[in-house]
Design a protein. Sequence first.
Length: 341
Amino acid sequence: MKRGRKNGRIKSIDELVDQWTRSAGSDLELRATRDLIRFLGDELYSQYEPFIDKRPFWERLSAWVNNVSRKADQQALFRLVPWLLFVGKSELNTMYESAFRGPITRWLIDSAGLDITDPSLANHLAEEFRHTWFGSLAGMDLGSFMRINGIEEQSLRPDFRVLSKLGAPERISEYVSGGKDNSDTRYRRVVVVEDFVGTGTQMKDAAKSLRHLKDTPVLICPMISADEGCQAGNVLTKNYPNIEFQECYRISSFARLRPSKADGNLHGDLLAVCNVIDSTWERLKRLEPYDKPYGFGDMGILVLTYLNCPNNVPPILHRMTDGAASAGQWIPLFPRAIREV
């Protein structure tokens, strides 16, 4: 089956928009959407970097829209793009700084019992930060976070999900406390950060090592979290007195697709995309029981960063399938780098 091809080649977005507007008479909205996507492509989407050798965004967009042949489905994919919440490098760096100056600093002040009216507060904060061990939840670029926020004097930068699987809890506790002959590196608290938390599964895995730090206050602070991740974090806070959870940014309901068509509040653009997701799932699905048409946990998240596309995002956006186009191949808009099977 040919999908949006002209003379054996994929039609460009400009060709498709011209074709759509000719058939509909004058449609300024489609042209305005094209111009907006072109701007966002130049300013944001071009930053997407999981793969060094990748096609330019505008070419990927053309190939992605041409995955389907019906005009209504093509336009549904096309109109979805401006709804994506794409977090670029400068935006993510700003989140790193906001998290450090906001929830992390507030928590440290409370944890250390500091007086915010004390003229020497800045000095006390610097001292407390020197005794705070920073780590990632599941592989975040901790070096960038620490560099942007001026965090120094920390030679070990832990990934607590890895430590939960491979580490010895007693060794972690000994290192944090300073041990018998390592008192200069004693840490009074632990801060765990991460770029994105969806269902909270990885956070629960990381908590297996954090919960053993019974006498050490722990803050888990993701930059971006879905409601499900926040709920999982609150459960950890309830079950383990030494752990607290505070997200920097919670995903809005407007940045999600919901599989239930019964939701009367779903915008027409998003409802149209839900129909495309349902109709193309046979081409995209895999045999894993957790594989869902709206992403891991069927969450329908429309948030991604320049570093990667979360698996909670519908596969229609990030999954590459094998085979020829005539056999149902799918070319993704934001191909996802998969760290594990």
